[in-house]
Design a binder for this molecule. Structure first.
Ligand code: FAD
Ligand code: NAP
Ligand code: SF4
Length: 674
């Protein structure tokens, strides 16, 4: 039970013509439900659950104002009376719970993958294969009309307002920055010309929609790219937006093409609220802050500090629909916290898959995955209290089964206890905390320090066994692999065995990267130190540098060790990492001078070091230690001699390519089927 009352976070916000019941905004996320054939029903359930869970104001995923402004050729547009009627089903569901909902209007400009992107100037984005067409003046007018038209359709569908996306390097932001706007007409050149698009869009929506319609403008407060706006320019833009009729200003940090992580797990919590704070005093309308705020405690602190009037959280609402109610009821220890991994949300959406959440596989599957009370109560043993076993045991108990959870270790969490040792992955502890509380709430009997055998299970009265015993680290058959200088990742991360100053890591998968990250740090993890983080990534906290970065040199502390990270494949090292996070891992190690090498053939390990051919060239790496991170095999020893019905989940089922996302989902889905 939390003592905190979250007085600021839960305070209503009076907007003059309407009042928001609290200071929590669920930020915009395109989920993929928009285009799904069953999308209306599923979005009504998805947003309805978040409204029921107490969120004051919800913003939908971005809708394109025109075909050329839409993200993809198959992006769902809102055109017909039937489309509007479908959206009323969604808004009705949200309004049932006294929450409000705005539609986001997102014009992607040169970031569009729709086959014919447009932009202020024909300058290609580094993250798009296609060069955009420069807009004519007539085209700009057409796009503005598209914004206004969509806002009116949203109003007809009973949305309480719209959010105009003016940040993250999208169309409106492309007009503001010299980087992307090199026009010499009335839409380019002087800053007042470059901000005219955003200002005109807001003014004309206000004129068309009337006074009683929320207009949120997402303002790029720090572009984090060369040629972005300066602090003074952003103030000028925000003030013009306010004058044009915006109700609220929301914060945007960094363009998509920026090479500074802004939301991934290694970004400190609330890392960018200092930016919003610097602008807030220049505006008279409420200002929202965002980025890596994932607990009510942090959100409250940000508001108490006066950094903003309201908090935007997006992914935390994938992780837990009841975030606000749990906080309000003193149950914040029951919140399933977003760990910033991006694995089931952003990585999915950028690979054309439906968004969900690693820690909450029900996100966006609210109508598909549901725990239904069982009619036949079974006695079930779940062996292994890693993510898979925790998910299965709590869900099985919630369904009404009698569940006993066994683990040989003294604590729950399985490999997450190892993962959380890695600098920047401390958030993984939150998932262990969440499940620990769920075990108490659902009444699972937990037996720790109990390595259970097939024989013991056979002689028990359990009806069924869930085997969630995880993995065994793979030991590759390299000559000398039993040499004293050879360790594996468990020796290093869990048993904290001493490691020398020069190290070769064999295997460059997720774990090889994590171990390298751990080894190059000398205990001064910057993951919760905002000032150190900004220094490391070259961000100017005085905001004197244009776009927060121009002319600023990153200051990276010297690596604690010299590390070689090796793989056999001839592909780029790290190519298999997460779509939206792989570049961050690579950039982090590069800045710490880790030598990432592909096309390696391992010959032997001896006193001299690791004998290896790299791209066919034989050499000896004279390292103090060789650390094996060569993948994992399922740990299924328990099956041998087990004569009870059993189910394999998590790493015990598939270790190759397996991750916690699959482990947690498999546990939950199994529980819905037993
Ligand atoms: P485990 O977590 O391995 O849990 C198995 C449990 O079973 C253990 O606690 C073990 O003690 C217990 N057990 C085994 N046999 C018995 C027995 N006979 N009796 C009782 N108990 C038994 N995944 C991601 O998705 N994203 C990441 O960023 C990520 N980072 C990682 C970083 C590191 C350093 C590591 C090591 C792993 C990482 N993973 C990551 C992988 C993730 O942790 C695993 O996919 C996940 O833990 C698998 O869950 P599991 O429940 O199947 O197995
Ligand atoms: P992995 O991703 O399978 O990587 C194993 C690495 O070892 C690869 O680089 C592989 O590359 C190498 N390898 C495999 N067999 C080998 C052999 N016999 N000899 C030498 N090298 C060999 O496994 P992992 O890094 O151990 O990760 C385990 C699981 O945790 C994975 O499912 C991973 O997704 C998950 N995880 C995820 C993250 C994340 O950020 N998403 C982070 C950590 C872990 P070559 O064959 O080219 O040498
Ligand atoms: Fe957060 Fe990871 Fe879930 Fe995305 S998948 S919402 S980053 S916990």
């Amino acid at each position: 039970m939390s003592e905190q009352n979250f007085s600021k976070l839960l305070a209503p916000l009076d907007l003059g013509f309407t009042t928001l019941k609290n200071r929590v905004l669920m930020g915009s996320m395109h989920t993929g439900l928009e285009e799904h054939p069953d999308g209306t029903k599923r979005m009504a359930a998805f947003f309805g659950d978040r409204a029921k869970g107490g969120c004051g104001l919800i913003v939908t995923g971005g809708y394109g104002p025109t075909e050329r402004g839409a993200t993809h050729p198959d992006t769902k547009m809102i055109e017909t009376a039937e489309d509007i009627a479908k959206h009323r089903i969604i808004t009705d569901e949200v309004h049932k719970y006294d929450s409000k909902i705005c539609m986001q209007i997102l014009h992607t400009g040169r970031y569009a993958f729709n086959g014919s992107p447009i932009a202020p100037s024909a300058i290609q984005a580094p993250i798009n294969m296609l060069k955009p067409e420069a807009c004519t003046v007539e085209m700009i007018e057409e796009e503005i009309c598209g914004f206004v038209d969509l806002a009116l359709k949203a109003q007809e569908a009973n949305y309480d307002g719209v959010e105009v996306m003016g940040s993250e390097g999208y169309f409106i932001n492309q007009f503001t920055a010299l980087r992307t706007n090199q026009r010499d007409d009335e839409w380019g050149g002087a800053y007042e010309n470059r901000i005219k698009l955003g200002v005109d869009v807001v003014r004309r929506i206000r004129e068309a929609a009337g006074e009683k319609f929320i207009i949120i403008f997402r303002l790029s407060m720090m572009d984090l790219v060369e040629g972005g706006s300066s602090f003074e320019e952003v103030v000028q833009f925000g003030q013009a937006i306010e004058k044009a009729g915006a109700t609220i200003i929301n914060t945007g940090i960094g363009w998509h093409e920026a090479r500074i992580p802004t939301i991934q797990t290694k970004v400190p919590r609330a890392a960018f609220t200092w930016v919003t704070a610097k602008y807030k005093e220049h505006f008279n309308i409420p200002v929202i802050t965002s980025n890596r705020i994932n607990t009510p405690e942090v959100a409250e602190e940000v508001l108490q500090n006066g950094d903003a009037d309201m908090i935007s959280m997006a992914r935390p609402f994938l992780a837990d629909a009841d975030f606000v109610n749990k906080a309000a009821e003193g149950r914040s220890d029951e919140i399933n916290t977003c760990i910033g991994c991006n694995q089931a949300c952003l990585d999915h959406i950028f690979s054309g898959k439906m968004t969900s959440c690693l820690v909450n596989p029900r996100a966006c599957f609210e109508t598909e995955i549901n725990i239904i009370p069982t009619k036949t109560v079974k006695k079930i043993a779940v062996v292994g209290a890693g993510p898979a076993g925790l998910s299965a045991s709590t869900a099985l108990a919630e369904a009404g089964h009698e569940v006993t959870l066994f683990d040989g270790e003294s604590g729950i969490g399985g490999q997450f206890n190892i993962a959380k040792q890695v600098p920047g992955k401390e958030e993984f502890e939150e998932t262990i905390r969440y499940f620990g509380r769920q075990l108490e709430l659902t009444g699972v009997t937990v037996k720790l320090n109990t390595r259970i055998s097939a024989n013991e299970l056979n002689n028990s009265d359990f009806d069924e066994v869930v085997i969630a015993t995880g993995i065994n680290p793979r030991m590759p058959p390299i000559e000398g692999v039993d040499h004293a200088k050879v360790l594996n990742y468990i020796d290093v991360l869990k048993h904290k065995k001493a490691v020398g100053k020069k190290v070769a890591v064999i295997g460059a998968g997720g774990i090889g990267f994590d171990v390298s990250e751990y080894l190059v740090h000398s205990g001064e993890a910057t993951s919760q130190n905002i000032a150190a983080y900004m220094k490391e990534w070259g961000v100017d906290m005085t905001l004197k540098a244009r776009a927060g970065i121009e002319g600023v040199k990153a200051e990276v502390s010297a690596p604690a060790r010299e590390v070689y990270l090796l793989q056999r494949k001839d592909t780029k090292v790290g190519a298999g990492l997460g779509k939206t996070t792989g570049w961050i891992h690579r950039a982090g190690l590069k800045s710490k001078k880790v030598k990432m090498l592909s096309s390696c053939e391992y010959h032997k390990i001896d006193d001299a070091g690791l004998h290896v051919s790299i791209a066919g060239e034989k050499q000896i790496l004279d390292v103090d230690n060789v650390i094996i991170c060569a993948g994992q095999d399922p740990a299924r020893e328990l099956i041998e001699g087990l004569n009870k019905p059993y189910h394999l989940i998590g790493g015990a089922d598939v270790a190759a390519e397996l991750d916690a996302k699959r482990a947690i989902k498999q546990g939950l889905v199994l529980a819905t089927q037993l």
